[in-house]
Design a protein around this ligand. Structure first.
Ligand SMILES: Nc1nc2c(ncn2[C@@H]2O[C@H](COP(=O)(O)OP(=O)(O)O)[C@@H](O)[C@H]2O)c(=O)[nH]1
Ligand SMILES: [Mg+2]
Length: 307
């Protein structure tokens, strides 16, 4: 059979998920696009951006840019301001750093607190890259609970990719070590590592993550390594605090933002990029295997402000 058709409606689902944000922004502000741009417009927009969890500083920055653009380009009305805002947001969230290598070894370490969607996102990533012709393998390095490896095994079966796991309580770095040995001998090109997320034991967790990273660097020198932090969009500004906690010790390279199908806080994407300067790589828009999409700043900004 030909390459699997991309499920339609992912963008629609993103828009649907962001509808509360959108309603807030558009119902009040962009409702009548012929309306004039006045002080009231900027005040309403400021409230709406903060409500959507863009964060205070990010909101101020966006508004400054919009004001300057409206003035410089003599934008006539709210419709034109909306288009300008889409391009400001898209630019704000843009990132041109390459992600995985076409040739050679790739490792993705998935980190984040419990319940944000790490294991689910790994299942989705494995399926996505497999469909694209890569040879992913999973490492069940969340050894804290037996259920974690079982859950990842279910995803490995769904995505039809191999998984390496140890028993409950095993050293996660040992799982990564074994996974890399299997990865090399079976000639894979993408290793995706699940990790534990018990942030209440932060020092141990960070040590554990650092140890896993050392194993990767030693056993697969020259590999392209991504450390992706998974954030739950429904937690709003709290996601920023989590990112700062992980960012301090784990050399993050990017973000996966999950649960955008059920939140009024879509603006947190903008804040994450602005405050942490980390690219958003993927967004989760549901619990199914196809419900992950590569992050596209332009369509995200459009979905956020769509009418
Ligand atoms: N609606 C929705 N639910 C999600 C998404 N990603 C993960 N989940 C759900 O969030 C819960 C926790 O996910 P899990 O992968 O176990 O999180 P982990 O503890 O970080 O590994 C599960 O019920 C998932 O189905 C998403 O993008 N949208
Ligand atoms: Mg998990």
């Amino acid at each position: 059979m030909a390459k699997k058709e991309k499920k339609p409606g992912l963008f629609a689902r993103l828009k649907e998920g962001l509808s509360k944000t959108r309603g807030g922004l558009l119902g009040m502000i962009f409702g009548n696009s012929a309306e004039k741009i006045n002080d009231e417009f900027y005040e309403e927009l400021e409230d709406a951006l903060i409500m959507a969890d863009c964060g205070f500083e990010t909101t101020e920055r966006i508004l400054d840019e919009l004001r300057a653009k409206v003035k410089a380009e003599k934008l006539p009305d709210r419709g034109a301001a909306r288009e300008a805002l889409i391009s400001i947001l898209a630019e704000q969230m843009d990132c041109d750093a390459p992600f995985l290598e076409e040739e050679g070894d790739n490792v993705i370490m998935i980190v984040g607190v419990n319940g944000v969607g790490k294991t689910t996102s790994i299942g989705k990533l494995a399926a996505m890259y497999k469909a694209e012709g890569k040879r992913p393998m999973l490492a069940a390095a969340d050894t804290f609970r037996a259920a974690a490896a079982e859950q990842l095994t279910v995803w490995a079966e769904r995505a039809e990719v191999p998984i390496i796991k140890h028993g409950e309580g095993a050293d996660p770095a040992a799982v990564v070590f074994d996974a890399i040995a299997a990865y090399k001998s079976r000639k894979h090109d993408l290793l995706i590592c699940d990790t534990a997320g018990r942030l209440h034991n932060k020092k141990n967790l960070m040590n554990e993550l650092a140890k896993m990273r050392r194993v990767v660097d030693r056993e697969l020198p020259g590999a392209h390594v991504e450390v992706l932090l998974v954030l739950d969009a429904t937690t709003g500004q709290n996601a920023i605090a989590q990112a700062k906690a992980f960012g301090e010790s784990c050399g993050l390279t990017g973000i996966i933002l999950t649960k955008l199908d059920g939140t009024a806080k879509g603006g947190v994407v903008v804040a994450v990029k602005d405050e942490l300067d980390l690219p958003i790589r993927f967004v989760g828009v549901g619990e199914g295997i196809d419900d992950l999409q590569p992050f596209d700043p332009e369509s995200f900004a459009e979905a956020l402000l769509a009418n």
